[in-house]
Design a protein around this ligand. Structure first.
Ligand SMILES: [Zn+2]
Length: 427
């Protein structure tokens, strides 16, 4: 007797199986005939573990247009605009926006999010707001918070102290932004400082690193060095790494093995990088995505992040990690079937590994968080970015949606149409 039974789902590896859930755990996977309190008939639909976003800014989300829009579309105007918004923000407004975004995420099966939270403001309003949100959503979303000195660790007198205060208040991960410090030397010093803080406290470190078109922005080299020096393998992340797009190839051939040796993971954010980078170029216009396939070929863990939804840096966004993977697939030219399948893993399993989510996955004993999609395979899910028919969080069904085929009124053609189609299947 299960509490919940999902019948006949297609798992990401293509096998068809039932999944039995008791309490908040997956207790059986296979051909299951037991009774259950509730049965969801997946009927061949894709059943996968939840989507995971390892890079987000929940303190800024859903604020687009307040107090004005980013007219130039650049990272730097976004940071300036965030400063204006921060001055008028309240805890209540931030909590309300974040909870509304979490509703969107829950409906899309996005059930684990790492959010940076700006610690530059001495009042730490964002930290207070997101700690409250983390507590409020914990039954359905694992929210991991990063102490993020948005204005730089050394550019304002209280930035370092505020970061430490945020960690003392319960923020999970150490953040930073070395390319925004005053000089390259100060950037490198901030990387060393922040890695030492993480090592001393036994925390993970996740830096906005080299989010610039400047090929000489090489803070990832320092991050890799400090991660191996301090034993932070598997606990250190370089987010964005867009300067690598423009770096000299010979230098990169030395850099990538150092990143692999240091166990530093990479999080490109394709929706954001494709819109923010290259804004100072004419043509050819660089597109600013880091070297995804090349890093993966070296054994470096790379996961797709979303970064922004409707905020000073990005005017769109949907909480759909399949949109993120779809953009990444195109910009990184990951069109081989094995690469497309990997893009799906990069918004599920790989991101869970980056966030060190111990109980994640489609296996007996894991937390029963699952998504049923209106698609038959991971690649089809990337192509269609389909409806989530059911979302299960820690054993509870938290979102459902009826299958919604389009009705056709064309003489001689079927009365309804679905765009599902697997390669090689009869038309
Ligand atoms: Zn970011």
């Amino acid at each position: 007797m299960f509490d919940l039974l999902i019948k006949g789902g297609t798992l990401p590896d293509g096998t068809v199986a039932d999944i039995g859930i008791t309490g908040d755990r997956i207790v059986a996977i296979g051909q299951l005939d037991a009774q259950a309190g509730r049965v969801i008939d997946a009927g061949g639909d894709l059943v996968c573990p939840p989507f995971v976003d390892p890079h987000f800014h929940m303190d800024a989300t859903l604020s687009y247009g307040t107090p004005r829009i980013n007219a130039s579309g650049t990272l730097l105007e976004g940071i300036a605009l965030w400063g204006e918004l921060r001055a008028v923000a309240t805890i209540e407004a931030m909590v309300a926006r974040a909870l509304r975004y979490c509703d969107w995420a829950a409906s899309m099966g996005l059930l684990a999010i790492r959010s940076h939270v700006d610690t530059s403001d001495d009042r730490l309003l964002g930290v207070q707001a997101l700690l409250a949100v983390r507590e409020q959503v914990k039954d359905y979303i694992d929210l991991q918070l990063v102490a993020f000195p948005q204005d730089g660790l050394y550019r304002t007198p209280t930035a370092r102290e505020n970061l430490i205060r945020a960690l003392d208040m319960g923020v999970d991960v150490v953040g930073g932004i070395p390319h925004f410090e005053r000089t390259m030397a100060e950037g490198a010093a901030s990387v060393r400082d922040l890695c030492e803080v993480a090592a001393d406290r036994g925390l993970m470190v996740d830096l906005h690193c080299d989010e610039t078109d400047d090929p000489m922005s090489r803070h990832i080299e320092t991050l890799a060095y400090e991660a191996q020096r301090l034993g932070l393998q598997g606990r250190a992340v370089g987010s964005h790494l867009t300067s690598m797009h423009s770096m000299d190839n010979y230098y990169v051939s030395k850099l990538l093995p150092l990143i692999a040796e240091a166990g530093v993971a990479a999080i490109p954010n394709p929706l954001i990088n494709i819109t923010l980078q290259g804004r100072h170029d004419t043509f050819p216009k660089r597109r600013g995505l880091t070297r995804v396939k090349e890093m993966q070929a070296q054994g470096i863990v790379v996961g797709w992040g979303q970064d922004c939804v409707l905020d000073p840096w990005y005017s769109l966004g949907t909480a759909d990690m399949l949109d993120v993977a779809f953009m990444g697939l195109h910009v990184a030219q990951m069109t081989h079937p094995a690469e497309m399948a990997r893009c799906f893993e990069m918004v599920t399993e790989t991101n869970a590994r980056i966030m060190n989510l111990a109980d994640y996955g489609l296996r007996v004993g894991a937390v029963a968080s699952l998504v049923v999609l209106d698609a038959a395979s991971p690649i089809e899910a990337l192509r269609l970015r389909p409806d989530r028919l059911a979302v299960i969080a820690k054993g509870r069904v938290i979102a459902t949606r009826a299958r919604n085929d389009a009705r056709l009124a064309i003489p001689g053609r079927p009365g309804s149409v679905r765009r599902r189609h697997l390669p090689g299947a009869p038309v």
